[in-house]
Design a protein around this ligand. Structure first.
Ligand code: C2E
Ligand code: CA
Ligand code: CA
Length: 399
């Protein structure tokens, strides 16, 4: 979304800092700006607005109602579409607030350290995309099995692609396919809104096949443009319950003339693994056929160390929750380092996801991480934009 179309509210008790924020927003071309000097006044104003603002920038440390309590109210009453936390407080606390806000279902564009600058604000606001439906709008979608089937019927599910870059040389070597639901009204719905439902309704196999199919088709098109990219596709553990899956994926890939060696299947364990024996059967055979197998979201609840010992993984994806902010937060950095050590010992390649800043990129370069993926390089984009993204991406100077 362009800054000129965005509506932003600033909640800040300190008069000078509030005026500063408003001035910076003005300089950036944001014209629809609202302000409040404390949480209660802000909630009051938000309740009376016709539509929630796109972004609320909130100071955490305010007298009366503090920013944390304020965010809780905003999230529960769905009074804004996204927030930016502005604070001079320690990074570990900011991280907790960010995690809390997400858990409430509100989008956090970022935590911006004070003092605010035009650059910091612009970078963070740039992460907002009004077309992407966020949790606050979930209720309005009325998603159910019939809607999913209709979407499948109308061919509304498409992959967007996010580049993966080799840190050592800055080359885009691969792209991850991420499902998007392009609804007839033009809304682009993100997977958090529908994957769970698709899984529960037993349609996940169809979605996985479809994404693999379309990703292979795009790979062929890029190849004709002289762009050789490997592809990664997300596979729910639920899809591995039937032994036919291995043969089916092989057939899909082959029918597009794609070598399974150029395809990585990222395993997300968003639900309980169905039949464990079947899943291991499928995974072993996929590996035999040449597919790469990646353990996604490594380090989070579902992706346990135990899986590493019995599944023939070739790649480990360090979860973005450890990567984003790791340059400032020693605890996150320690988790990233430990993951890299483990991967080295198990001879797995590593992709760090959620790389948002040059500092994170540099830290990963120093730690010897192989591949990076994240907003620093590009957001997920439709297939016809990949060539452009690859052509324009410039590796930041590595320390
Ligand atoms: P994931 O596999 O961990 O994918 C990475 C998610 O992080 C994507 O969200 C991506 O847009 C987002 N992301 C990428 N770079 C950054 C960054 O620098 N900062 C931040 N904050 N986020 C970043 P997305 O596309 O909304 O997908 C969410 C999840 O939905 C995926 O997480 C994956 O688990 C699941 N998913 C997506 N497509 C499929 C699919 O086709 N099948 C299945 N089973 N699951 C899918
Ligand atoms: Ca993934
Ligand atoms: Ca992840």
């Amino acid at each position: 979304m362009r800054l000129a179309q965005m509506s932003v509210m600033v909640v800040e008790d300190h008069g000078f800092q509030r005026r500063m924020a408003l001035r910076l927003l003005g300089e950036l071309g944001v014209v629809r700006v609202f302000e409040a000097a404390d949480g209660i006044a802000a909630l009051d104003a938000l309740e009376r607005m016709d539509a929630p603002p796109d972004v609320v920038i909130v100071d955490l440390d305010m007298p009366g109602m503090d920013g944390i309590e304020f965010i809780g109210h905003v999230a529960q009453r769905k009074l804004a579409r996204a927030v930016i936390v502005a604070s001079a407080l320690e990074a570990a606390l900011l991280n907790t607030v960010q995690t809390m806000t997400r858990a409430y279902g509100l989008r956090v564009l970022g935590c911006v350290e004070k003092p605010l600058t035009a650059l910091k604000l612009a970078d963070t606001l740039a992460l907002y995309d009004g077309n992407e439906v966020d949790a606050a709008a979930e209720d309005e979608l009325h998603l159910d099995a019939a809607a999913i089937d209709e979407g499948l019927e109308r061919d509304e599910f498409v992959p967007f692609f996010q580049p993966q870059v080799e840190i050592a040389n800055g080359k885009v070597v691969s792209v991850e396919a991420l499902a998007r639901w392009r609804r007839s009204d033009g809304q682009v719905v993100r997977p958090a809104q529908f994957i769970g439902l698709v899984e529960r309704e037993g349609r996940i196999d169809r979605l996985t096949d479809l994404l693999l199919e379309k990703a292979c088709a795009w790979k062929r098109r890029w190849s004709k443009l002289g762009l050789e990219l490997r592809i990664s596709v997300n596979v729910s553990m639920l899809s591995l319950g039937q032994v036919e899956a291995a043969d089916r994926y092989q057939q899909i890939v082959r029918s597009h003339g794609v070598d399974p060696r150029d395809v990585v299947l990222e395993l997300t364990e968003s639900a309980v693994m169905g039949e464990a024996a079947h899943a291991l059967n499928v995974l072993a055979r996929l590996r035999l056929k040449g597919f790469g197998l990646s353990i996604d979201d490594f380090g989070t609840g579902y992706s346990s160390l135990a899986q590493l010992s019995h599944i023939p993984f070739t790649e480990l994806k360090v979860d973005s929750s450890f990567v984003t902010g790791a340059a400032q937060q020693p605890r996150k950095r320690a988790v990233v380092e430990a993951s890299l050590d483990l991967a080295r010992k198990l001879d797995l390649s590593v992709v760090a996801e959620g790389v948002e800043t040059v500092e994170e990129w540099q830290m990963l370069a120093e730690l010897g991480c192989g591949t990076a993926q994240g907003y620093l390089i590009s957001r997920p984009v439709p297939g016809d934009q990949i060539a452009d993204v690859v052509a324009h991406w410039r590796r930041p100077h590595s320390a």
